[in-house]
Design a protein. Structure first.
Length: 158
């Protein structure tokens, strides 16, 4: 397993490193007053697609971070299948995004915060492609706090 360090910070695992990249995307969503979810798609240690929620900006309920990242990665590689790629996303994918992951045939999904209401693993874990592996809870506290603070600020304003 490779470990990355591009600063004086301690070495981090690839999962932590790429989740931090997904968190950067989530913060872009937060700046745009979108639900702060970010995603990156990685192939051979390289980010080939990234995205964050754009549902408000595009007035499109399907414009989730994962969908943006899938489209960017497919355009980058010039193919619709993302085999041998890993999706890193700050929030557990919903059933729609897990279904899209099925169709892209992504090899692995790594997510930060669990979604106890709309997360695919609680609703329909079999929606993923049979060869897709998934792992949740990577940088869970940081991912979870970003979303919780966003919704708390919305409640405080109303």
């Amino acid at each position: 397993m490779k470990y990355y360090s591009f600063t004086d910070e301690p070495l981090v695992s690839p999962d932590d490193f790429f989740m931090k990249e997904a968190l950067k995307e989530a913060r872009l969503a937060l700046e745009a007053d979108e639900v702060p979810v970010g995603a990156v798609l990685v192939s051979n240690g390289r980010i080939i697609g990234k995205g964050h929620n754009l549902t408000e900006r595009l007035n499109d309920v399907t414009a989730h971070a994962e969908m943006q990242a899938f489209t960017a990665a497919a355009n980058f590689i010039g193919a619709k299948y993302l085999t041998d790629c890993t999706l890193y996303v700050t929030l557990e994918p919903c059933v729609m995004c897990a279904g899209a992951a099925y169709w892209t045939q992504v090899s692995r999904i790594v997510f930060g915060a669990f979604d106890p209401v709309r997360g695919f693993s609680r609703i329909k874990p079999s929606v993923l492609h049979p060869k897709t592996q998934y792992l949740g809870g990577i940088l869970e506290n940081e991912c979870s706090m970003l979303i919780k603070s966003f919704f708390q600020s919305k409640r405080d304003k109303s």
